[in-house]
Design a protein around this ligand. Structure first.
Ligand code: CTP
Length: 398
C-alpha cells in the first residue's frame, strides 16, 4: 500500500514516544521506506537503536553530520520525503515550527520539506487547551499542515482529558490518506456492507457468511480518495473506518429503507452487502420450543434493493456484487443487465482465498459497455482500490 513511499518520522520527547515504534512498524509493514529523526528529548525516552533496527535505516539526531554525508543531510532528507509525520509532536516543537524557529534537525527538516506534514500531538491537557498552543495549531492548519487530534483519557501526568497521542492505527490511516491521490473528491458514495439478519424468533435468525470486510475496505479506500462516504452496514464485528458516516441496520427491510432514504444526491452506490434473499413469513415473538421432530418454515422474498435502485429514473452510478458458486461470468452478466447496473464485481465464493470472511479476494469486473477486467488474488484492500479506480474513471467519463 505504501510501496515506494519515503516517509520521515519525527519523534519528539514525550512519554508517548514509545508508541512511535508501533507506528513505524505499521508504516514499514505497509511497504514504506521510513527515516526516523529524533530530538534530543526523544532520546531521553527511547534509544535510536530501536528505531534504527525497525526501520533498517540510520536514525538522524544531529543537524550537522559532516562525517556521514557530503550533501547537506537534512535538506536531502526533506527533499526525498513523500510525507513527514511528527509523532508524538510536543507543544514545544509545534510552537517552534509555528514561529518559524529551526534550531535542530527535526524543526529544520520540517521547515525545508515540500512534502505534506502530519502532526500527532501529545501533551498535558492544560498545555493542549492553552490558547498559545491552540493558536499555534490553528496557524499551522491554516497553512495546510495536517493534524491527527489527540484523544481523551488518563494522561501520563495523572490528569484526565484530551492530550493523549492518537492510536498508531489512526495516525497510520491519516498518513495513508495524505498519500492517496484524491480521485473521488467532491463525490458522495453510498456503500452497503455485511450480511443482513432475518429473525425467526428472539434467539434465532437466517443470515449468511458475509463478514463485511469487502464493504468496509471499500468505504475506507473511498474516504482515502477524498469521497464523502455513507456506509450502511449489516451486523459485523468490524470497526467503522474513521471519517465515514455509518448507519447500522439488521434486516434487508431496514437496509432498503435506509438506502432509499439516503440515495438522493449520491453519485454512486456500491452494494457489497450480502442481503438475505428470504425472511420468515412470521417472526415468533417468543422462542419456538423444540417439540416436533421436524419443522417447516415459510419464507418470503425480501425486496431486491439493488434492482430497485436500477429502476430509478435518475439513478446514481451503480456497482453490484455477484456472489457465485458456479458459472461466474454468465451469472454476473445476467445480474448486470437485469438489475440495470454500470458495473458488477463477481466472485466465486467457493474458493478458500476469495469471497466470504477472508482477507483476500479474486474478482471479475464486468461493465455495462461489455468490457471486463480480471483481478487475480489480492487483498480486499487492494481490490477495493482497483474497483474505485475503475469507478473514478467511469464517473469522470460520464
Ligand atoms: N442485492 C440486493 N438486494 C437483495 C439481494 C441482493 O440489493 N435482496 C444485491 C447485493 O447487494 C449484490 C447484488 O444484489 O450487490 C447481487 O447479490 P447476490 O446475492 O449475488 O445475488 P441475488 O441477486 O441475490 O441472486 P441469487 O441469490 O439468485 O444469486
Amino acid at each position: 500500500m505504501l510501496n515506494n513511499k519515503k516517509i520521515i518520522l519525527g519523534v519528539c520527547g514525550g512519554i508517548a514516544a514509545y508508541k512511535a515504534i508501533e507506528l513505524l512498524r505499521l508504516l514499514t509493514k505497509a511497504g514504506a521506506e521510513v527515516h526516523v529523526i529524533m530530538t534530543r528529548a526523544a532520546r531521553e525516552f527511547i534509544t535510536p537503536l530501536t528505531f534504527q533496527t525497525l526501520s533498517s535505516n540510520p536514525v538522524h539526531t544531529e543537524l550537522f553530520n559532516l562525517i556521514a554525508e557530503q550533501e547537506i543531510g537534512h535538506i536531502s532528507l526533506a527533499d526525498r520525503a513523500d510525507l513527514f509525520i511528527v509523532a508524538p509532536a510536543t507543544a514545544n516543537v509545534i510552537g517552534k515550527i509555528a514561529a518559524g524557529i529551526a534550531d535542530d534537525i527535526l524543526t529544520t527538516t520540517v521547515m525545508a520539506t515540500k512534502a505534506p506534514v502530519l502532526f500527532a500531538p501529545a501533551m498535558n491537557v492544560n498545555m493542549f487547551t492553552n490558547p498559545i498552543y491552540q493558536e499555534n495549531e490553528q496557524k499551522l492548519r491554516r497553512l495546510g499542515y495536517l493534524f491527527e487530534a489527540p484523544v481523551s483519557g488518563t494522561l501520563a501526568c495523572g490528569w484526565e482529558g484530551a492530550g493523549k497521542l492518537a492510536a498508531p492505527e489512526a495516525i497510520f490511516e491519516s498518513a495513508v490518506t495524505a498519500l492517496t491521490k484524491k480521485t473521488l473528491t467532491g463525490l458522495r458514495l453510498l456503500i452497503t456492507a455485511g450480511p443482513t439478519r432475518e429473525e425467526i424468533d428472539p434467539v434465532r435468525y437466517i443470515s449468511n457468511h458475509s463478514s463485511g470486510k469487502m464493504g468496509y475496505a471499500l468505504a475506507r479506500a473511498a474516504r482515502r480518495r477524498g469521497a464523502q462516504v455513507l456506509l450502511i452496514s449489516g451486523p459485523t464485528a468490524l470497526t467503522a473506518p474513521g471519517g465515514v458516516t455509518v448507519v447500522n441496520v439488521t434486516t434487508a427491510g431496514e437496509m432498503q429503507r435506509e438506502v432509499m432514504a439516503r440515495v438522493a444526491g449520491c453519485d454512486a452506490v456500491i452494494k457489497a452487502a450480502a442481503v438475505a434473499d428470504y425472511r420468515p413469513l412470521v417472526r415468533n415473538s417468543v422462542k419456538i420450543k423444540k417439540k416436533a421432530d421436524s419443522v417447516t418454515m415459510e419464507l418470503v422474498k425480501n425486496p431486491d434493493i439493488l434492482a430497485g435502485l436500477g429502476g430509478m429514473e435518475r439513478r446514481p452510478f451503480l456497482v453490484g456484487f455477484a456472489a457465485e458458486t458456479d458459472a461466474l461470468s454468465a451469472n454476473a452478466e445476467k445480474k448486470l443487465s437485469e438489475k440495470n447496473l454500470d458495473m458488477i464485481v463477481a466472485n466465486d465464493v467457493t474458493l478458500t482465498d476469495a469471497g466470504f470472511n477472508v482477507d483476500t479476494n479474486r474478482a471479475l469486473l464486468l461493465f455495462r459497455d461489455g468490457s471486463c477486467s480480471e483481478c487475480g488474488l489480492m487483498s480486499k484492500e487492494q481490490l477495493a482500490g482497483t474497483i474505485l479506480d475503475h469507478l473514478a474513471q467511469h464517473l469522470a467519463e460520464r
